[in-house]
Design a protein around this ligand. Structure first.
Ligand SMILES: *Cc1c(COP(=O)(O)O)cnc(C)c1O
Length: 391
């Protein structure tokens, strides 16, 4: 295979979409001089609230700090359980531990990769206080069922929408169904501020608390050195906010570009017999493309998947497994005694995932190159029972 990418550069797994106007917006803050707690923060928050249709939006330093404040706002205390997904980025469970709560994992739906509302019985029997669904890879959770269960059991709902900005469930943006919802702006997300997060809520009391907690527990009506609560420095600077405002204005364009890249991949890979492609949109939801993750059929092993990652990397293609389930992360196994086999669906899927390069400016030629490389690498896997061998 001859290609200029093999010789000149690696195709990255992800890349932010930074336009000239984004750069100009950041430079303008530096010119103006109000680098933190200036006018960009409320401007970003107001734009964001309007975009998702929430009463309040509170900008913070990361998605992780946003999740932490939502756990605090839900009043989670030592020993209290919060149901969440093991198939996620580790922060969605760590935030529960920050308040000495207990993550109560439940297994996922193999199609959506989100919490399976039909598999919550064991978790519910622990009498949890809250549920923290994660809209993983940009695909909305079954919010109808989750809200119904939460309503019946009086559970607070905290939505981790960090991977799902712009996704909708029954026409309503994800993040706006629960007591609180969280978004994140790390550079691999659909839009970025470098580092940053956003809490959305319709609850005036929670919004005021989160604004105070992110700013050292200060109260607007008191002096700079009066601290009403135990707070944090979870502020989002105006430099970050300027980038966020500019990126948010381009959100629809960015989401459309990502959906086009996903469609090109799906078109190219649909006949690869070894692969399961991301599920299409369901009638009740519209996803927001965060990553393009394919997986090997169940007949293949974790070692086969690792060989695929190695083969792609040797051809200068950025790729990753997404994710190691949270309960199998070393810290969780050590502290809580989780073991392989605890959440079999999440594990079966996690052992077989391959995230391919995915970002707005990925060209059709680069996608072709990835497809050709993937075909070669898959053809070199050992034949497994029940899977036709690719030619
Ligand atoms: C990105 C992400 C977060 C937050 O990450 P930060 O790096 O702290 O902004 C939380 N949950 C999920 C599922 C994520 O993908």
């Amino acid at each position: 295979m001859t290609s200029r990418w093999t010789k000149t550069r690696t195709i990255p797994l992800s890349a932010p979409d930074i336009a000239e106007q984004d750069k100009a917006a950041v430079l303008q803050v530096l010119e103006d001089g109000a680098l933190s707690l200036g006018p960009r923060l409320p401007e970003f928050e107001q734009l964001f609230a309007e975009r998702v249709g929430s009463r309040h939006a509170i900008g913070v330093s990361s998605g992780t700090s946003a999740l932490h404040l939502c756990i605090k706002a839900a009043g989670i205390r030592e020993g209290e359980g919060v149901i969440t997904s093991p198939f996620s980025f580790v922060a969605s469970a760590n935030c529960i531990l920050f308040e000495r709560g207990v993550p109560v994992f439940a297994d996922i739906d193999p199609e959506t990769l989100n919490l399976d509302p039909g598999k919550l019985e064991d978790a519910l029997s622990t009498r949890p206080r809250a549920i923290l669904p994660v809209h993983v890879f940009g695909r909305p959770c079954a919010m109808g069922e989750i809200l119904e269960i939460a309503g019946r059991r009086n559970l607070a709902v905290i939505e981790d929408a960090c991977e799902s900005i712009g996704a909708t469930y029954r026409g309503k943006p994800v993040g706006t169904f629960g007591q609180t919802g969280v978004f994140a702006f790390y550079p691999n997300k659909q839009i970025t501020t470098g580092e940053g997060g956003m809490i959305v809520t319709d609850d005036d009391r929670i919004a005021a608390l989160c604004r105070s907690w992110r700013n050292q527990g200060r109260d607007d009506s008191q002096g700079w050195l009066q601290h009403r609560y135990l707070g944090f420095n979870y502020r989002l600077s105006d430099i970050h906010c300027a980038l966020g405002i500019s990126q948010l204005r381009r959100l629809d364009e960015v989401l459309a570009a990502r959906a086009r890249v996903a469609a090109l991949y799906t078109e190219m890979l649909r006949d690869f017999p070894q692969l399961i492609l991301p599920a299409p949109n369901a009638p009740e939801h519209e996803m927001s493309w965060f990553v393009y993750v394919v997986r090997l059929h169940d007949e293949f092993t974790c070692e086969d998947r690792d060989a695929v990652l190695k083969g792609l990397r040797s051809r200068n293609i950025g790729c990753s497994n997404y994710f190691t389930p949270i309960h199998l992360q070393p810290f969780y196994q050590r502290e809580f005694g989780f073991r392989k086999g605890d959440f079999p669906t999440a594990e079966r899927i996690a052992e077989r995932t391959v995230a391919l390069p995915f970002f707005t400016r990925l060209s059709a030629a680069e996608i072709d190159y990835v497809g050709a490389a993937l075909r070669q690498v898959l053809a070199s896997l050992p034949a497994r029972h029940g899977v036709p061998v690719a030619h």
